[in-house]
Write a protein that binds this ligand. Structure first.
Ligand code: ZN
Ligand code: FE
Length: 255
């Protein structure tokens, strides 16, 4: 049975997620931006954490961990490559590793780019991937440590997952990502429709995260660097998608 997913807004624009197995009661938290809203979400449901999955070391993804662990002494999972700069880990993982939440397999993907060592957690049975600051709704994380080819390879890995995968990313940046996406892919009707939906959701205070991989592939310019219309719009016809991605990413940095 698919895990139940709960989205928890934290800080000004972060998201944490709970993934709960109704059969075993196991519950995983993905990222720990802030203790209070996460503890409240757990208390409301009477859930106890079994796992805490950390995607990367930035403070806005780990700051709440110590206070959460006091009430929920769960197993903390994070990248072996980042063990030196993450809080203490009970399980160190790398690309290709698998573990379980309840009976549900979790696969580790290295999605370096935003940081080197950033991981995503893919749950094939539940059709959900936790991408934090790699693939985001209509966007992707800024390249603080990695290179554009590295991020392009990470995004390509995520794009290869099944179309009906739920994409749980780390921030509510979608509305500003949408304004940028329209400058790269102005004639994309699916994007235009999505922007209307995003503006409607944000006006009503509704999160635009999680999203769905098919929709990201149809509208997210960072996944569409091989698209002929985008390449033509950028004057980069028949270019290596990794180079087109680098151009889109650098335009976003200046946007
Ligand atoms: Zn980050
Ligand atoms: Fe972040």
């Amino acid at each position: 049975m698919p895990l139940e997913i709960v989205t928890i807004p934290c800080l000004s624009d972060n998201y944490a997620f709970l993934a709960h197995d109704r059969v075993s009661g196991d519950t995983a938290l993905v990222d720990a931006p802030q203790a209070e809203p996460i503890l409240t979400a757990l208390n409301e449901r009477n859930w106890q954490l079994s796992h805490i999955l950390l995607t990367h070391h930035h403070w806005d993804h780990v700051d709440g961990l110590a206070a959460i662990l006091e009430a929920h002494p769960a197993e903390v999972v994070g990248a072996a490559a980042d063990a030196h700069r993450l809080p203490p880990l009970n399980l160190q993982v790398a690309e290709g590793d698998r573990f379980e939440i309840g009976g549900e397999p979790v696969e580790v993907l290295d999605v370096s780019g935003h940081t080197v060592g950033h991981v995503a957690f893919y749950l094939p049975n539940s059709k959900v991937v936790f991408t934090a600051d790699s693939l985001m709704a209509l966007g992707c994380g800024r390249l603080f440590e990695g290179t554009a080819p590295q991020m392009w390879s990470s995004l390509s890995k995520l794009a290869a997952l099944p179309d009906d995968t739920l994409v749980c990313s780390g921030h509510e940046y979608t509305q500003s990502n949408a304004r940028f996406a329209l400058t790269i892919d102005p004639d994309n009707l699916a994007l235009q429709d999505r922007v209307v939906e995003i503006d409607r959701a944000r006006a009503a205070g509704i999160p635009t995260v999680p999203s769905n991989l098919a929709l990201e592939k149809a509208t997210n310019p960072f996944l569409r660097a091989a698209d002929p219309a985008i390449q033509a719009h950028l004057g980069m016809e028949n270019s290596d998608p990794a180079k087109v991605f680098a151009e889109i990413r650098s335009r976003k940095d200046r946007f």
